[in-house]
Design a binder for this molecule. Structure first.
Ligand SMILES: Cc1cc2nc3c(=O)[nH]c(=O)nc-3n(C[C@H](O)[C@H](O)[C@H](O)COP(=O)(O)O)c2cc1C
Length: 479
């Protein structure tokens, strides 16, 4: 099952018991944000808010992808699929050949049901929510993506870069220089003094959003097709030379200005804190707005776990690192990033067949393009279940030597790490740490390596099977 738009996905969420429809009026000024925040913290169903104060005809969908159940649904899987099952499906689909998008006619594209160009295209005509108390303004774009194009080779990029409404025609936001969109803007358009055309897509289908927030090197138009297992349908923009998903709810077109910056923030961030102060950031000038009838603005409310940025970025970052390490021929058994770590902790399972293999892993992942987004790597042996938090904590606390097993590195960070000083954040410095939770290879396996006392380690297979097969007969709940 592939959802070509968010509306079909909303139906699937409802069928799976993952949607709550709110018919009473909700205020865009903090109330909607507070509902979404509570949903994140309670791991509750996604709220569809059908009536927004001051904005008749507009709707909100909050927290669309805040759990692995919702992610499984988005991928057309059984919502009860386990995390390793969803991960295996992601790897299967994204290890195939890229799937080219198709261009459809404007008349067939729902996002063109309403077209407003020029002076009438007013950002305050859209219900940008005041997401958190203390935010620097109304964040219209929290679950969306920005489409841009490289001026030299025409490569298209979709990236999720937050945008705050500054005035009727202007949005501002951080376009970090190590993001793909940021590299093209800061490295090409800005030095040439040229404006960069952009299109912001609000309320995309769920897999386009997954692709836009994923750190894959494959262009997102093709990567979405791989995730969907069919081409994504695009349509041309009205005022800029870009294409956008035809079934999106709202599209904002315009230009990113090369010679001016305006204040943005602060904003509640994915780390669960508000770390970056109000500062001068990238400026988006609006030329046109197109939207579906009764448009649904998507809201992500970043804060303490679990929001969709934490969940999806942990999921996709982990799996892209899995590909990277396997491509280097390192004998890993898997990679998992805990969403609760706000994608700061990478857990890697490995068959430790040579000395310093954990160091090699840490250097590979910290030194990769993905490195700035995390600062902790924890390496465990191939018998540890990387998805089991109990086993990970146990490995950390019993197998990591405080002097020999902890290694500190200097790397690239983001301006958002809460543990950095304000001065360090400004420079995006990135202190990194490896926790090597493998026992040294030169220890004798019988006399020196302590043996693990666990159900799966100390009982013969036939006893384990007997106990598991009789589990419910003994009177326990099904596992
Ligand atoms: C909800 C959300 C908001 C984000 N906001 C920003 C942002 O404001 N600036 C930024 O550079 N990256 C931001 N990111 C991270 C990028 O989306 C992420 O790095 C993504 O891979 C960008 O695509 P790119 O690799 O094509 O640049 C955000 C991610 C999420 C999930």
């Amino acid at each position: 099952m592939v959802f070509k738009d968010n509306r079909e996905f909303i139906e699937a969420l409802e069928k799976a018991g993952e949607l709550v429809t709110i018919e009473q009026e909700v205020d865009w000024d903090l109330e909607a944000g507070a509902i979404v925040r509570k949903v994140c913290e309670e791991k509750a169903p996604s709220p569809l808010m059908n009536k927004i104060k001051d904005y008749p005809g507009h709707r909100y969908l909050g927290a669309p992808l805040t759990s692995h159940r919702k992610l499984a649904l988005a991928m057309g899987l059984d919502p009860d699929s386990s995390i390793p099952e969803i991960a295996a499906e992601y790897l299967k689909r994204t290890n195939r050949s890229p799937v080219e998008p198709v261009l459809i006619e404007k008349e067939q594209a729902p996002c063109k049901e309403n077209i407003i160009i020029g002076p009438e295209a007013d950002l305050f005509s859209l219900p940008g929510p005041m997401v958190h108390d203390g935010d620097g303004g109304r964040y219209l774009c929290t679950w969306h993506f920005v489409v841009t194009k490289d001026p030299d080779n025409g490569d298209v990029n979709w990236g999720m870069y937050r945008q705050m409404v500054y005035d009727h025609k202007t949005m501002t936001g951080p376009l970090l220089p190590f993001s793909d969109g940021g590299k093209v803007f800061h490295g090409k358009y800005k030095p040439r003094g040229e404006a960069m055309p952009f299109a912001t897509v609000i309320g995309p289908d769920p897999l386009s959003a997954v692709a836009a927030s994923a750190p894959s090197p494959i262009p997102e138009t093709k990567f979405t097709g791989m995730l969907m297992e069919q081409p994504v349908e695009l349509v041309k923009c009205e005022t800029v030379d870009l294409e956008v998903p035809a079934h999106a709810e709202i599209v904002i077109e315009g230009e990113i200005l090369p010679d001016v910056s305006l204040e943005e923030g602060p904003f509640g961030e994915y780390t669960g804190y508000r770390t970056s102060p109000r500062d001068l950031r990238t400026v988006y000038r609006v030329k046109a707005i197109t939207y579906r009838n009764d448009p649904i603005t998507t809201i992500s409310n970043m804060g303490v776990p679990t929001d969709e940025g934490q969940l999806l970025r942990s999921f996709t970052l982990g799996l892209e690192m899995d590909k990277l390490l396997r491509n280097q021929g390192i004998p890993i058994t898997g990679v998992y990033m805990l969403p609760e770590s706000t994608h700061h902790l990478v857990v890697v399972g490995v068959k430790a067949i040579y000395t310093n293999i954990a160091t090699q892993i840490a250097q590979a992942v910290f030194g990769s393009k993905l490195g700035p987004w995390f600062h902790m790597v924890l390496v465990v042996d191939d018998k540890t279940d990387i998805y089991n938090v109990d086993e990970i904590i146990h490995a950390l606390c019993t197998r990591c030597h405080p002097i020999n097993g902890i290694h500190v590195y200097q790397g690239v960070g983001t301006p958002l790490y809460p543990f950095l000083s304000a001065a360090e954040r400004k420079k995006s410095v990135g202190p990194k740490v490896l926790f090597d939770c493998t026992f040294p290879l030169d220890w004798d396996p019988f006399s020196e390596v302590p043996s693990l006392v666990s159900f799966k380690n100390v009982y013969p297979k036939e006893i384990q099977d007997k106990v598991l097969n009789n589990w419910e007969k003994y009177g326990f709940k099904p596992r």
